[in-house]
Design a protein around this ligand. Structure first.
Ligand SMILES: C[S@@+](CC[C@H](N)C(=O)[O-])C[C@H]1O[C@@H](n2cnc3c(N)ncnc32)[C@H](O)[C@@H]1O
Length: 277
């Protein structure tokens, strides 16, 4: 059988102490990876589906890492980026390198795309979500999936929020972290005024006494609205609440105190985007 075109680019990881493999070290240590990936300008795409999605969005791979059996699934991606080395290894070697069992096929170290311009995003959007200090990558992924699937135009994340491109966020988001417009704010809550300056009504989804029930929220078609969702433990910060136009609550039954923030987002985004459907 003829060798595939990419055969000369395939390196066995056991035979290498290649510094390019550093991109894959200790992937299971979320806080360490979040810092180093942002500093190094990379993110890790996990699973063949996510690698394919990332590359279809124009993101550029630095290298690939996978078990040999998955090579044929990424032939088109290898052909598109002939400079990117392809590292292969046995399951145990891959696990020793990355710190977790790689059962979803491939990984790729991707160049982080250039950040979007906040003013451009604000001017072309109508409904936006602001995620304040979300601490859990799975919640962030689920929030991005809700936003994308329910019609929110763009997501803003505060400086303290975890990384949308950390591999768990991307995976839980079903790849929507790569497709929805999102911007990390530089200063919070100071950037609220910048959002307001683009004509947005600012709402906080929060359990406050004076909050309007969500089913009474009837945004006019085309009305610009920003909805802030709060940290999992603390909720929306008091200093943020002081600056919003209105709080909105999902009334709760059976003395349940609150919903998980990602579950709350799905309910709220449905109503927020109702006039856009
Ligand atoms: C789990 S809650 C934080 C609850 C926090 N322990 C508290 O008691 O304030 C995290 C975020 O989810 C949203 N949330 C959850 N349930 C909600 C509800 N019933 N009404 C409005 N917002 C809700 C809010 O944005 C809130 O800031």
């Amino acid at each position: 059988m003829a060798e595939p075109d990419y055969a000369h680019r395939v390196h066995e990881i056991a035979a290498l102490s290649d510094p390019r493999l550093d991109d894959y070290l200790r992937l299971s240590e979320a806080s360490l990876r979040m810092r180093s990936d942002i500093e190094n300008g990379i993110y890790i795409a996990e699973s063949t589906m996510v690698v394919q999605r990332a590359i279809s969005m124009g993101h550029v791979p630095r290298s690939f890492l996978l078990a040999r059996k998955y090579l044929p699934q990424l032939e088109a991606e290898f052909a598109r980026y002939p400079q990117a080395p392809i590292f292969v290894g046995e399951d145990a070697e891959l696990e020793a390198l990355t710190g977790f069992h790689l059962h979803r096929g491939a990984l790729a170290a991707m160049e982080r795309p250039a950040p979007l311009d906040l003013d451009q995003v604000l001017s072309r959007s109508t409904r936006i979500a602001v995620l304040e200090d979300i601490a859990d990558h799975s919640n962030l992924g689920a929030l991005l999936r809700s936003a994308a699937g329910l019609g929110v135009d763009a997501v803003l994340i505060t400086p303290q929020c975890v990384d949308p491109l950390y591999r768990r966020s991307v995976r839980v988001s079903m790849g929507t972290a790569l497709t929805i417009d999102w911007v990390r704010l530089g200063s919070w809550p100071a950037d609220l005024e910048r959002i307001r300056g683009h004509g947005y009504r600012i709402l906080a989804l929060e359990l406050t006494e004076d909050a309007t029930a969500l089913d009474e929220l009837h945004p006019a078609p085309g009305e610009k609205i920003a909805m802030i969702l709060g940290n999992e433990g603390r909720g929306v910060r008091p200093e943020t609440l002081e600056q919003v136009d209105e709080c909105v609550i999902i009334p709760m039954a059976r003395e349940v105190a609150s919903l998980n923030v990602a579950a709350a987002s799905a309910v709220a985004f449905w109503q927020l985007c109702s006039s856009q459907r």
